[in-house]
Design a protein around this ligand. Sequence first.
Ligand SMILES: NC(=O)c1ccc[n+]([C@@H]2O[C@H](COP(=O)([O-])OP(=O)(O)OC[C@H]3O[C@@H](n4cnc5c(N)ncnc54)[C@H](OP(=O)(O)O)[C@@H]3O)[C@@H](O)[C@H]2O)c1
Length: 210
Amino acid sequence: MTVDGKTAPASRKGRLFTPMMSEELVKRLHMLRADVDAVLVGLGTVLEDDPKLTVRAVQGKNPIRIVLDSKATIPLDSEVLDVGEAPTIVAVCDNADAVRVDRLVWKGVEVIRCKCDGRIDLKLLLEELYRRGIRRMLVEGGSEVRWGIIREGLVDEVFIWIAPYIWGGRDAPTMVGGEGFQNIDSAFNLKLKNLEVVDGTVILHYVALK
Ligand SMILES: NC(=O)c1ccc[n+]([C@@H]2O[C@H](COP(=O)([O-])OP(=O)(O)OC[C@H]3O[C@@H](n4cnc5c(N)ncnc54)[C@H](OP(=O)(O)O)[C@@H]3O)[C@@H](O)[C@H]2O)c1
């Protein structure tokens, strides 16, 4: 995020972060991906940024890409659906349109039908992913998904990268969106484990206090 907490400019194109990142920072990001079994994003991130979510800047195994997409509306030409690059799971609600789900399956994407209460039940999804052997997962974004996963208490570690820019914009996404906690007692509490500065970007590594 920028110094003012924005994870994309007001245009919502988070991809604009990439030219602001040094080669070393891109390597660090790809090292994080290579170190986990899966990377998770929400549909909003796919629609805005169309990321590949693969490991390219360092040697390492691609993680399984997971997209939260309640209604199975992800565009079929999304980069993340190219299963020739890496395996992909799309998590949908159990009432998602069968034709849309079939189209994903024909592309070679694995679809997990989830219990939903408006949105995908993240606790049940993570239990299912655990049964499939996924032990470490990196949640890359965006703001709504980060809120969902924090609200459910499903986070063990947090990496915050603060880039030396200010974007402003009242509608620009911030690190965590959603409804937010209503009082200070329920705030998500972290303990700082490490701090370093890489090419002017501050990298904070926290562990969650549960
Ligand atoms: N700088 C960074 O590190 C970074 C990283 C990633 C993204 N971004 C930026 O973040 C923005 C996208 O973030 P966003 O908040 O709009 O979208 P998002 O968090 O990527 O995706 C949210 C969508 O995921 C689906 N979803 C399904 N189940 C969910 C659940 N339990 N909890 C939360 N979401 C669930 C919902 O769509 P359905 O109801 O249709 O399922 C929801 O609207 C973009 O501007 C992108 O550029 C920045």
